[in-house]
Design a protein around this ligand. Structure first.
Ligand code: DGJ
Length: 727
């Protein structure tokens, strides 16, 4: 990446020069977004790519590289651009025509905020287009703030966060599709004439459908470390639509925003509506470069406590499911502590008095300990954790309510429901969602978490689950004319709840779980420390799922657990080493009944956890290089992590299916210092097995990256982990 002069200096240049040229350069260290903001005219998008300046932009124009398209097209201007904004004004007019009225810039800590104010030519409707450029990461956030002073509410049918344009050509898109237990499946396709749409309409857990992130490769098929690429992530936990339109113009246009279908959002006069931020990143180091930018942005800026390493934990779910009791929890804590783990998380099944939670049909909302299962309550569990020297965490599903609950008996009107309609039930044939638009419901959730954490300050971790989609399309709280606002206001309510919890409890680790990976999104990121990646813990299938999440999410945010030998979801039998080696590329954990493990397996787990601790900062905080994708069909997958100073790295390789005489490819490292020598140490070698010949070798970064090296992977589910230390 080319380095820019300091962003502050840059900006003063921009502010001075823009008065004449009207071009505004919004830049990060290696990238620039150029807009043209001439007063009285629509705001134009001109360029997004490698770093440039105002004079560089002149040359780009001369070379024919300026796009010059409406940066935020609205419906009804006559130029037939697909709208990013469509509003029905209170007199019934369905058109909007925005022109620039001013530009301002503000220095922030670590970023520069540029706001371009626009106004409808006729109506008192105002849209501020906001761009925040980071000084230490090649990421720009864009969003809009919409308000009006019309006499009555207006209805916003579409209100995207922003648009980007790419020169039409051999442009490919990768997006993450999926559903429960098959999350983040990568779909890669070339852009052809027409519209590619990525959409989630789950209502509550958008990651259960297509993800709100998209990767665009500008120079042909996606390559990991070469070629120009752009990534975009919509920071929103609700429904959205990302559209890439290819019409008869010479551009592909990307639009991203909340999806308001089937009804629009009703906006009262004088109210600011801020659209979710759309984070975009450009790299000339391929899609891997874009991923690394997003990882840096997530860790450094967006994610709660993003720069910290996470603990190694045992979660009780696949070990005991709903069968929670003090003795069982104590046994699991003893076992994980003896294997070197640092945290135990008691999952579902611990709560409910009048309605005990023995399966998924009841009790949600009654967050009181079931004393029949846990006679010493949470105190007893904390005493066990203290005895074994580990931390304790607990499962909650705060947004859900069961009809068989004391909460529902008291507040039946707190569940989402359409008037005059029966309930549609979710999980267990009973589950409903609380109406988070209602401030009383928000207070109830905040108070529940607050009471738990003030009563038991030793609780170190919450697994915040969300197992339900929105299936009841009405809010008993919202007024009749605002029922459609529920889709947005639910998530505003969730955000407000999380802000209140975080302001009092910044130190507690909170995992976002959405019935598997349904809550993996950039919207909830500021309030959560990590995500549960998937309820599918089959290590083979996790190679694919984790490959997909790594496109946008950093490794310290990804909960990856070692589960039973015979996998509970797929029945596949996989050796323990492979299961560990796959889980070790993210936040390592276990999801197993340790008492069913053999002494030999426990010994191996102890060794693997010890090894993981020695490389944890490299894996969790290092720069990720994906080397061979499981999607490539080579029956091999490989990736590595490298520290910023390139002094340490960890390399992972996996044999997937094994065919006799099928050649294992030569591995080429990436991200190392070509001029330094690296000593190789093999990790997670089972007792009695010999490390491979690479163990102890000293090889230059140049050879490792340019000539490559052989990794013995001689049977199905063979795997290797090498630590590389610069000498
Ligand atoms: C769904 C989660 O993804 C699982 O890990 C587990 O917590 C169950 N919910 C519990 O009901």
């Amino acid at each position: 990446m080319k380095k820019a002069i300091s962003a502050i200096l840059m900006f003063s240049c921009i502010a001075f020069a823009s008065a004449a040229a009207k071009d505004i350069v919004i830049s990060t260290p290696g990238t620039a977004l150029v807009l043209n903001a001439e007063e009285g005219m629509p705001l134009k998008f001109c360029y997004y790519g490698d770093f440039t300046t105002l004079s560089g932009m002149k040359q780009l124009r001369a070379a024919g590289d300026a796009i010059d398209k409406n940066a935020y097209p609205s419906f009804g201007t006559g130029n037939l651009a697909l709208p990013a904004l469509a509003v029905t004004h209170n007199d019934g007019n369905i058109t909007t025509d925005l022109i620039v009225t001013g530009v301002s810039s503000t220095e922030e800590a670590g970023s520069v905020l540029t706001v371009i104010s626009t106004k409808d030519k006729v109506y008192p409707l105002y849209v501020d287009m906001c761009y925040r450029a980071y000084k230490d990461t090649d990421v720009i956030e864009m969003w809009t703030v919409i308000r009006h002073t019309e006499k009555k509410p207006v209805v916003m049918d579409r209100f995207d966060s922003g648009c980007l344009y790419f020169r039409r050509g051999d442009v490919w898109v990768s997006h993450l599709d999926g559903e429960w237990a098959a999350e983040t499946s990568i779909v890669t396709e070339p852009l052809k004439a027409g519209m590619l749409t990525v959409r989630s309409y789950d209502g509550a857990r958008n990651g259960q459908m297509s993800h709100g992130e998209i990767m665009v490769s500008l120079d042909g098929k996606p390559r990991e470390n070469e070629g120009r690429a752009v990534g975009a992530a919509l920071c929103w936990s609700g429904d959205y639509e990302l559209r890439v339109n290819t019409d008869d113009n010479r551009t592909h246009s990307l639009y991203a925003g909340i999806c308001a279908e089937p009804v629009g959002y009703v906006l009262d006069p004088h109210m600011d509506f801020e659209t979710p931020h759309l984070a975009v990143s450009y790299s000339n180091e391929g899609i891997g470069g874009v991923s690394r930018n997003f990882h840096r942005y997530a860790r450094g800026t967006r994610m709660h406590n993003g720069s910290a390493c996470r603990d190694i934990l045992l979660n009780s779910w696949e070990g005991v499911y709903f069968n929670i009791n003090q003795e069982g929890m104590d046994g699991m804590m003893s076992d994980i502590a003896s294997m070197g783990g640092e945290l135990f998380v008691m999952d579902d099944g611990w709560f409910g008095r009048k309605y005990p939670r023995n399966d998924d049909t009841s009790s949600l909302g009654d967050w009181v300990v079931d004393m029949r299962k846990l006679p010493d309550g949470i105190d007893g569990l904390l005493a066990s954790a203290r005895k074994y020297g580990i931390k304790f965490g607990i499962w909650l599903e705060p947004e859900a309510i069961s009809p068989a609950s004391e909460l529902f008996e008291k507040h039946p009107d707190w569940a989402l429901k359409a008037t005059k309609r029966d309930y549609n039930y979710g999980r267990g044939g009973t589950q409903l969602l609380l109406d988070l638009t209602n401030p009383a419901v928000q207070d109830c959730i905040v108070n529940m978490v607050d009471t738990l954490l003030t009563s038991y300050p030793e609780i170190a971790y919450i697994k915040w689950d969300a197992n339900g989609a929105v299936r009841n399309f009405g809010s008993p709280y919202l007024k009749a004319d605002k029922q459609g606002n529920m889709f947005v206001d639910y998530h505003r309510g969730l955000e407000s709840v999380m802000k209140r919890i975080r302001s009092k409890y910044p130190g507690i680790v909170i995992q976002a779980c959405g019935g598997g990976g349904g809550r993996i999104n950039y919207g909830v990121m500021p309030y959560f420390d990590e995500y549960w990646v998937s309820d599918n813990t089959d290590a083979y299938q996790r190679l694919f799922i984790q490959w997909g999440t790594s496109y946008f999410y950093p490794s310290n945010s990804l909960g990856q657990h070692v589960s039973a030998e015979k996998n509970h979801q797929t029945g596949r039998v996989i050796p323990l080493k492979f299961r560990f080696d796959v889980a070790m590329t993210g936040r390592l954990g276990m999801e197993i009944q340790p008492k069913d493990m053999s002494a030999e397996d426990k010994d191996f787990a102890r060794k693997a956890i010890r090894d993981y601790k020695s490389i944890r900062p490299v894996v969790q905080l290092g720069n990720q290089y994906r080397l061979i994708s499981p999607y490539e069909g080579k029956n091999v997958a490989s990736m590595m992590y490298v520290t910023d100073d390139k002094s340490r790295a960890v390399f992972f390789a996996y044999k997937m299916e094994h065919y006799m005489f099928q050649q294992v490819p030569r591995f080429m490292a990436a991200g190392l210092d070509a001029g330094r020598n690296y000593r190789i140490r093999e990790l997670t070698v089972p007792e009695g097995e010999k490390p491979s010949g690479l163990d102890g070798a000293v090889i230059s970064g140049a050879i490792l990256m340019n000539t490559g090296f052989e990794v013995p992977l001689d049977r199905e589910y063979a795997s290797r982990v090498y630590e590389l230390t610069a000498e």
